[in-house]
Write a protein that binds this ligand. Structure first.
Ligand SMILES: C[S@@+](CC[C@H](N)C(=O)[O-])C[C@H]1O[C@@H](n2cnc3c(N)ncnc32)[C@H](O)[C@@H]1O
Length: 213
C-alpha cells in the first residue's frame, strides 16, 4: 500500500515537473523549428509516458488491424512503431514518416534492435507525404498535429493517401506545448473530409478516430 502511494506520488510530481518544463519550453521553442527537437527525445519514452499512454490500450484505440498498411506520421523515436508493426503482423506494414532525420535514425536502430522487419521508417513531411493516393488503411498521429505549420494541408494529404473509409486516428496529450483541443481537431478534420467515428477521453488527453469519406 505504502509502495503504491509512493509510486503515485512519484507520478504526480514527475508530471508536474514535466508540465512546468513544457510551459517554459513553450515560451522558448518558437525561436527555432516547430518540431519537437531530437534533444528532447527522452520525453517521448519514459516511465511517466508508459503510465499516461500504456502501449496496448493506446494502440487498441488507433483501430489498426492485422494485415493493414498503417501510416504513422511523426513517430519520433518510435514509442508506438514496433508494437503497431507487431499488431499488423507479417502481412501488414507500417510506414513511419518523420521530418527529422535524427528521429528516423534512432527509430531505425530501435526497430533493428527489436527485430521488426515490417516497418519502413522514412524522412518526410506531413505536408507532402511520400505515399501514393489511396494506399493506406489507417493513419495515426500522436502529439504531432500541433507541430505542423499548415494543419489543413497535412489533413488534405492524409485524406489523399487513405483509402476511402480508411481510419485517421489523432491523439493529443497534455502537457504537450503544441496540444490541440478536441473541438479544433474535430473541426479541422470535418473541413478536410473526415467523419468523426469516436472520441475517447483519456488521462490528460484524448483520441479521436475519423473515417475518410
Ligand atoms: C512530440 S513528437 C511525438 C512523437 C511520437 N508520435 C510519440 O508520441 O512518441 C512529434 C514528432 O512529429 C514530428 N513532426 C513534426 N512536424 C512534422 C511534419 N511536418 N512532418 C512529419 N513529422 C513531423 C517531429 O519530428 C517529432 O518526431
Amino acid at each position: 500500500m505504502r509502495a503504491l502511494f509512493l509510486f503515485l506520488r512519484f507520478v504526480v510530481v514527475a508530471w508536474a515537473v514535466v508540465a512546468t518544463w513544457c510551459l517554459y519550453a513553450l515560451t522558448q521553442r518558437y525561436k527555432s523549428s516547430r518540431a519537437c527537437p531530437y534533444s528532447w527525445r527522452w520525453i517521448l519514452d519514459n516511465l511517466g509516458r508508459r503510465v499516461v499512454h500504456p502501449l496496448p490500450q493506446t494502440i487498441d484505440s488507433f483501430r489498426v488491424d492485422r494485415g493493414h498498411t498503417v501510416l504513422e506520421v511523426g513517430p519520433g523515436v518510435g514509442y508506438f512503431s514496433g508494437e503497431v508493426a507487431r499488431r499488423v503482423g507479417p502481412e501488414g506494414r507500417v510506414v513511419c514518416v518523420d521530418i527529422q532525420p535524427e528521429m528516423i535514425g534512432a527509430l531505425r536502430q530501435r526497430l533493428l534492435r527489436e527485430g521488426v522487419t515490417n516497418a519502413s521508417p522514412m524522412v518526410g513531411d506531413a505536408l507532402g507525404l511520400p505515399l501514393a493516393e489511396g494506399s493506406v488503411d489507417c493513419a495515426f498521429l500522436v502529439t504531432v498535429l500541433g507541430e505542423v505549420p499548415d494543419r489543413a494541408k497535412a489533413l488534405a494529404e492524409l485524406r489523399r493517401v487513405l483509402k476511402p473509409g480508411g481510419i485517421l486516428s489523432i491523439t493529443e496529450s497534455m502537457p504537450d506545448p503544441d496540444y490541440q483541443f478536441p473541438d479544433v481537431v474535430r473541426d479541422l478534420c470535418h473541413a478536410s473530409g473526415f467523419q468523426l467515428l469516436e472520441h475517447r477521453r483519456r488521462l490528460f488527453g484524448f483520441t479521436m478516430n475519423f473515417a475518410a469519406t
